[in-house]
Design a protein around this ligand. Structure first.
Ligand code: FPP
Length: 259
């Protein structure tokens, strides 16, 4: 098996970044278009996306990112053709099985976030096996969002809170942004610092809506199968140039005081 970290030891090094995002989220988009441009099936595009993901994980480790969250299958992806859905289910399972030792070797902690209903039991088994194997790792947390949708995640949390309130375990009016965030399935992951979408589409597509409230957005024209650690690093470099204000303001030394 090719060791992607070994590749970097042969000369591809990340540049020095002024700021490294702690939590990077990626919508890995463009597999279908990449394949169609080559006269291949969409399925071939997804297959080509696997190496891109592994390279990006390696690049994230090298850059010092500690949380990487990727959108592997959305709650809306069930609308795709039965063949594509079947392929994506099987593929998620196969990729996890084939790569978990590699990821474990790199110190990656794999986590699954998403809903159980509809998701193939064999995929859940594989996700849970990868979680158990890598549970103690600390280098990078790779969260695989499989059967994930942000609105339903928020609605699930609201229903949970309503239930707790009905049981008088929490008081109405006592919920805060912090306590609500803890009810989300991504907890204990922090807010997203850098949100990347490949393939030129400029949408969030129901991914980590709450968590990305103050994320810096970077849209790359590169189709996912062509995305690699260098594209990740370019996105981090772009992030480094952004001034994050979280709703606050920055005083300019030249600004005249308002009278
Ligand atoms: C979006 O491209 C991609 C997906 C819905 C699947 C994501 C899967 C991968 C990147 C393969 C990596 C492997 C795993 C198991 C995570 P698209 O099909 O929407 O492309 P299009 O917009 O060009 O049609």
């Amino acid at each position: 098996m090719m060791d992607y970290l070994e590749v970097s030891k042969k000369g591809v090094k990340p540049p020095k970044f002024e700021k490294v995002p702690k939590h990077v989220a990626i919508v890995m988009d463009g597999n279908g278009r990449w394949a169609n441009k080559r006269g291949l099936t969409r399925i071939e595009g997804h297959k080509a996306g696997e190496a891109a993901l592994l390279d990006v994980v390696a690049g994230a480790i090298e850059a010092g990112v500690s949380e990487l969250t990727v959108f592997a299958f959305s709650t809306e992806n069930w609308k795709r053709s039965p063949e594509e859905v079947r392929f994506l289910m099987g593929f998620n399972k196969d990729v996890l099985r084939a790569r978990r030792d590699q990821l474990n070797h790199w110190g990656v902690k794999v986590r699954w976030v998403g809903r159980r209903p509809k998701l193939w039991a064999s995929v859940i088994d594989e996700l849970e096996a990868a979680q158990a194997l890598t549970n103690r790792n600390k280098v990078l947390t790779l969260t695989m969002c499989v059967n994930y949708g942000s609105r339903i995640e928020i609605v699930d949390a609201v229903n949970e809170i309503a239930l707790l309130a009905a049981k008088k375990k929490i008081k109405p009016g006592s919920i805060t942004e912090k306590s609500f965030g803890k009810m989300l399935s991504t907890n204990p992951l922090g807010d997203v610092d850098l949100f990347i979408r490949s393939s030129g589409e400029k949408r969030i597509s129901n991914f980590l809506l709450w968590q990305s409230a103050y994320a810096e957005l970077v849209f790359s024209e590169v189709l996912w199968p062509d995305f690699d650690r260098k594209q990740l690093w370019a996105s981090i470099a772009e992030y480094s140039t952004r001034q994050r204000r979280f709703g606050g303001a920055i005083d300019s030394p030249k600004a005249k005081p308002v009278k």
